[in-house]
Design a protein around this ligand. Structure first.
Ligand code: FAD
Length: 477
């Protein structure tokens, strides 16, 4: 009897434990992807990630063909789809790789119970994170709340499980069940095609994930520690959207870095692994504290007097705040569906601390616009920036967008790329155009307040208000 392999955010052949185990049974295999209704297992998929999913599904379907297989696409509730497919194909087993987000677990647990009650063999496998979230615990057997001891435990735990090789062949069933057409899911934007710039830097799919990993390890790992914070430099791996869709496994990445400490430098290797471990930490937090995307971790923030202002929020989303580094980041997000990590921190801090807008608005915007949108990493990082999270950056540490820009984009290259109206401005004023004298502006072809907006708020003033709002919640630290 056939085995159904239910694929979710694990669209890869390599190190796909469920697929490898299914191949080993020798039974016919039906690879299945279910487009679940919004807010079911996968959580509401943002627009940018729908674009990615479309291309990722197409690439994965193609990669199955040389193995004698194909990808069956179905939409609907997971349990109904699986039960119908089991009836149609007489499948005797369903395999999948575990998900760790609360919405995914809420779907998977009852599906598992229902199928088992019908005598279907259900097997779930690890592999989406480096270590199972229940494996690493404090000495007292509790989940970690602080990153550094989590990292120490992860480091001590040693290598994650060795990655499973891609299957060479997948036996086809006698007849293929009907598949829906990917195009009918309308995952791609129609008009305007706001995703047209994503392809400038990204190509979804497993093959590209591996190519990117190889290129990163051979060309950039050796500069990673010193250059990763500079957004104009091409110094990071850009693997996050591939990881978010499971086109490459974190264990494969981890194992690929083994033995590179000599050539690339131990510090670079550890720094990169520590970033990968942040992803695991975010999942660890989400698994043990499932309200992470919606509730303040630190409930003292529940009393915070946020000031949602629709017009200001819209300007932030469009990259029209008047602070060049924030605006460059927000426009990079529009154009490429991503934003450099350092700038994510600056732009998020600006929304929460300068505009006093609740971090959950920002989290939702990022979820809709990032190609790497991830329920764990997005929520945990937003709470980290807001100061409301586990092991968070304290509220009173308020990023100054001008100084951050000058420090991490000293020549303004990043700003010039994404805020072209400032392209000709002198380096001295590139992060503070509102201080530039009239003759400097006119030399750069800028009419004050016209080509580029005046700052939405005065940072020094906003900072005072932010500290006062924080003090009003009665918090001292
Ligand atoms: P690299 O520097 O090459 O790092 C390697 C990998 O480590 C990344 O691909 C990523 O999987 C992981 N990683 C690195 N930094 C972090 C981090 N701070 N938290 C968790 N994992 C990390 N990352 C997402 O994948 N999805 C999100 O939705 C997301 N939202 C964020 C929201 C905010 C407000 C902030 C400040 C950060 C967010 N991040 C998110 C984390 C980080 O910005 C991205 O993972 C990183 O920019 C991806 O680029 P890269 O692949 O080149 O990273």
């Amino acid at each position: 009897r056939p085995v159904i392999v239910w694929l979710r955010k694990d669209l890869r052949l390599d190190d796909n434990a469920a697929l490898a185990a299914a191949a080993e049974t020798g039974a016919p295999i039906i690879p299945l992807y279910i487009y679940e209704p919004e807010s079911a297992g996968t959580g509401p998929l943002g627009g940018a990630q729908k674009w990615w999913l479309h291309h990722s599904l197409a690439a994965f379907g193609e990669s199955l063909r040389p193995l004698g297989s194909r990808l069956v696409l179905k939409s609907g509730g997971a349990r109904t789809v699986l039960e119908e497919l089991i009836r149609e194909t007489s499948a005797g087993a369903v395999f999948w790789n575990r998900r760790y987000d609360p919405l995914g677990i809420a779907v998977d647990t009852p599906v598992k119970q229902a199928l088992k009650a019908d005598d279907i063999a259900v097997k779930s496998f690890p592999g989406q994170i480096l270590h199972e979230p229940t494996r690493l615990l404090t000495g007292g057997g509790k989940p970690f709340r602080v990153y550094t001891p989590f990292w120490n435990a992860l480091d001590r735990a040693g290598d994650p499980l060795p990655p499973a090789d891609a299957p060479r062949r997948l036996h086809a069933p006698d007849g293929w069940p009907q598949s829906e057409r990917l195009d009918d899911w309308n995952l791609l934007p129609v008009k305007p095609d706001w995703a047209s710039g994503f392809g400038e830097i990204f190509t979804p799919g497993e093959a590209e994930a591996h190519r990117r990993l190889d290129a990163f390890l051979s060309d950039r790992l050796e500069y990673y520690d010193s250059e990763r914070d500079f957004p104009a430099k091409d110094a990071t791996s850009l693997l996050s959207p591939h990881l978010a869709m499971g086109e490459i496994s974190p264990a494969r990445i981890w194992h690929a870095t083994k033995g590179l400490g000599g050539r690339a430098g131990h510090d670079n290797l550890v720094r990169f692994r520590k970033e990968l471990a942040w992803r695991d930490f975010c999942y660890h937090l989400l698994y043990h504290f499932p309200d992470l995307p919606t509730r303040n971790w630190n409930n003292r923030f529940d009393a915070f007097d946020w000031h949602f202002d629709a017009a200001r929020f819209a300007k932030w989303t469009k990259g029209l705040t008047g602070y060049p580094i924030v605006d460059a980041g927000m426009r990079q997000l529009w154009r490429h569906g991503t934003m450099h990590n350092r700038v994510r921190m600056i732009a998020a801090s600006f929304l929460v601390k300068d505009l006093l807008i609740d971090w959950r608005h920002g989290e939702r915007w990022f979820r809709d616009t990032l190609v790497d949108a991830d329920p764990a990493s997005n929520a945990a990082n937003w709470q980290w920036v807001a100061g409301s999270g586990a092991d968070a950056s304290p509220w009173f540490r308020i990023f100054n967008p001008v100084l951050q820009g000058e420090k991490f984009d000293p020549k303004g290259d990043y700003v010039r790329e994404f805020v072209p109206e400032l392209a000709k401005l002198d380096d001295k004023y590139i992060h503070r155009p509102f201080e530039a004298p009239a003759d400097v502006l006119s030399r750069a072809g800028i009419v004050p307040g016209e080509a580029y907006p005046q700052p939405l708020v005065d940072h020094a003033d906003a900072r005072r208000k932010a500290l006062a709002a924080y003090a009003a919640t009665g918090q001292t630290g």
